[in-house]
Write a protein that binds this ligand. Structure first.
Ligand SMILES: O=C(CO)COP(=O)(O)O
Length: 134
């Protein structure tokens, strides 16, 4: 599965801790991330991650494009609900594309844990099933 990892600045520690805790699951998948988030996760976990542009410089849109191209399976986007983002339209667009294409999206740690454990338990196979039908 292709997984996107994104966190706003005040949520980056949370996402790093989350990936460390569930490294054994993440390492089985293809990981992509916006630039600053991905670099931090790579530095602190040693995981191999494809780095896209930083969020404010187009990284959110790059992940959105992957979703639109049916090239992304799951998104972990730890948003900061208390800080205005200069690229808020990009943030909104990414979330909208997840909804449009039925891409599982976690915007906080609580949902993220359920989503990742669900993935590990084989509960998120609908995209694989869909692929087989095409
Ligand atoms: O801004 C972001 C998501 O909207 C994240 O971008 P960075 O990972 O480059 O900080």
């Amino acid at each position: 599965m292709k997984i996107a990892l994104i966190a706003h600045d005040r949520k980056k520690d949370h996402l790093v801790q989350f990936v460390i805790a569930y490294r054994h699951i993440f390492e089985e998948h293809d990981l992509f991330a916006t630039g600053t988030t991905g670099q931090r996760i790579m530095d602190e976990t040693g995981l191999d991650i494809t780095l896209l542009r930083s969020g404010p410089l187009g990284g959110d849109q790059q992940i959105g494009a992957m979703i639109a191209n049916n090239d992304m399976d799951m998104v972990f986007f730890f948003r900061d609900p208390l800080t205005a983002q200069p690229h808020e339209p990009d943030v909104t667009a990414l979330i909208r594309l997840c909804d449009l294409y039925h891409i599982p999206l976690a915007t906080n740690m609580g949902t993220a844990e359920i989503l990742l454990k669900g993935l590990d338990a084989g509960l998120v196979d609908w995209r694989l099933i869909q692929e087989r039908r095409q």
